[in-house]
Design a protein around this ligand. Structure first.
Ligand SMILES: Nc1ncnc2c1ncn2[C@@H]1O[C@H](COP(=O)(O)OP(=O)(O)OP(=O)(O)O)[C@@H](O)[C@H]1O
Length: 523
């Protein structure tokens, strides 16, 4: 059938191309904006972009090369190679601070593992779960169950296609034989015939089936399995049922399964160690498959909260990812920059400076890449064709400010009030602020907005927390015979932080703050 629609489409495209040519010929470049647009994007498009491929600098990009992680990658591979031999690999726990390449390395190794398993036709599956997002036992098990159900369905479909084709070949063959040779009884019971009785070749030769009946039974069995497979809903079932569906789905065929639990500490923090307990004892009950767990964590201490059995089973092998130093970060950045930027877009100082800043932040490659990308964006915004040292410094300030804004925005109200009290004191020129001064203002603010007033001891704790978050700096000073006190100062830009606090509806309601500061002198 002729596809009239596509013909019409083609015609339309040709017409519009013609009219486009025509329009272009008739365009008069003048200062007046034309009717369709006001040139908002034209200038931006005109400026030669700095980036060749910005995506390469984004966190979502998985690099093909991971400099300075060879040792850790090799260690993972040495442990996981067992899966390719059909054995159960030891469970692995991976530790390291944020941005040290744990996820990127683990994903790289699992891709290699899966592709090698396909190459040698050894059934091996790797499933990745981010426990920051999937943080309850129910959700982890349901997500895993559904992934395995999908895989099983795929496998069943493949097998069914293969066996049904085989069945057709047999039908054709028996037709041919009865037509040509006439020595097979044409009683419509081809399925009862053994695979090969005549000495001629049969489609069942070299298959796992000895008779057509066996093949038919298998086809029926697969169709039934396919019908019975049911996805687990994301809520609503008893956890036992989810577990048993997951268990069945994993054990449906012979295979080795590696379950990668990224941010595993978040799962334990949110919902205890039941999931890990259940996963780690599965192998003793599975008949066809084997499961191995790879946990990834930023928190070195999270295993302290685990049941000792889970702890010893999970930590069979431990791999530590140390922070990168400035030289290593330079290499990492250089690899990415070669692909991400146009030639000559970077001045010589840019990469070393990004690396140095990120090395100060506990050797975080994510931070280094963010800095480089943000510096590029700032240069682009300035309509420059090269990134300068200045852009890196601005990027550092911008990222730091974004972090502060995010941390302050998500503080609990009580901490916001303590921070706001400190800001009010600083704004009024008070130096060496002590806890008592903060507390007095804090109390008045609480009364003003009807919030509970915490004890001074608790407020001192909140100040320590703000100190740990890098928002204030609190040092203990000795006042000789008057004992010791904390001297508090702000570590963040005052105007921006105040603006974030004021965007909280309760704090924003406080109208005149001056009297509160005055109160400090009255107490
Ligand atoms: N050796 C490396 N080579 C190239 N890129 C790297 C390397 N190490 C880390 N990265 C990049 O740094 C970013 C952060 O890495 P990754 O997500 O693997 O860190 P992580 O240790 O898992 O951090 P988190 O614990 O916060 O999840 C990613 O964009 C990753 O591609």
């Amino acid at each position: 059938m002729v596809d009239n629609q596509s013909e019409n489409d083609d015609e339309e495209r040709t017409n519009s191309a013609q009219s486009f040519d025509l329009d272009l010929d008739e365009v008069v470049l003048d200062d007046e904006p034309d009717g369709d647009n006001q040139g908002l994007f034209d200038d931006l498009l005109d400026s030669e972009p700095i980036f060749e491929n910005k995506e390469v600098l984004r966190p979502s990009y998985t690099p093909h090369e991971l400099p300075h992680r060879k040792e850790q990658i090799n260690k993972m591979a040495t442990i996981l190679v067992a899966a390719l031999r059909g054995e159960t690999p030891s469970n692995i726990l991976i530790y390291g601070k944020t941005g040290t390449g744990k996820t990127a390395s683990a994903k790289f190794v699992s891709q290699e593992l899966e592709s090698t398993s396909q190459k040698y036709s050894v059934p091996c599956d790797v499933e990745y779960i981010n426990c920051e997002v999937t943080d309850t036992q129910y959700r982890v098990l349901a997500q895993l169950a559904n992934k395995f159900i999908d895989k099983n369905e795929e496998l069943i479909d493949e097998r069914l296609t293969e066996y049904e084709a085989l069945r057709e070949d047999i039908e054709d063959d028996s037709g041919d034989i009865s037509d040509n040779v006439g020595d097979v009884p044409d009683n419509g019971k081809a399925s009862e015939a053994p695979a090969n009785t005549t000495g001629t070749t049969s489609p069942l030769d070299d298959t796992e089936f000895d008779s057509v009946d066996e093949l038919d039974d298998r086809i029926e069995e697969l169709r039934q399995d396919r019908e019975e497979m049911e996805q687990v809903p994301m809520t609503g079932w008893p956890t036992d049922r989810v577990y048993s569906v997951f268990f069945e789905a994993v054990d449906y065929r012979e295979r080795v399964v590696v379950i990668m639990l990224d941010e595993i500490d978040k799962l334990v923090e949110k919902s205890g160690d039941d999931t890990l307990y259940n996963l780690s004892r599965m192998n003793s009950e599975l008949s066809n498959s084997r499961v191995s767990i790879m946990g990834i964590s930023n928190d070195l201490k999270f295993t302290d909260f685990l049941d000792p059995r889970v702890k010893s089973s999970l930590g069979e092998e431990e791999i530590v990812f140390p922070p990168y130093d400035a030289n290593q970060l330079r290499d990492i950045l250089q690899h990415r920059a070669d692909v991400a930027f146009k030639p000559d877009a970077l001045t010589d100082d840019v990469i070393p400076l990004c690396a140095a800043f990120a090395a100060q932040e506990h050797g975080d490659a994510r931070r280094a890449l963010d800095l480089l990308r943000t510096a590029g964006e700032l240069a682009e915004r300035d309509q420059q064709d090269r990134i300068l040292e200045e852009h890196v410094r601005q990027a550092q300030d911008k990222i730091e400010l974004d972090r502060v804004v995010e941390v302050v925005r998500t503080l609990p109200t009580q901490s916001k009030l303590v921070l706001f009290s400190t800001i009010l004191l600083e704004k009024n020129g008070v130096h060496n602020i002590n806890t008592g001064e903060v507390y007095n203002i804090y109390k008045s603010l609480c009364e003003e907005i009807d919030a509970d007033v915490l004890t001074q001891r608790r407020v001192t704790d909140l100040i320590s927390e703000l100190d740990m978050l890098g928002i204030v700096n609190a040092v203990v000073v000795s006042k000789g015979r008057y004992g010791r006190t904390k001297e508090i100062s702000l570590s963040v830009p005052i105007e921006e932080t105040e603006a974030v606090l004021m965007s909280d509806s309760r704090i924003g309601d406080i109208e005149d703050v001056q009297p509160f500061v005055q109160a400090r002198f009255d107490n």
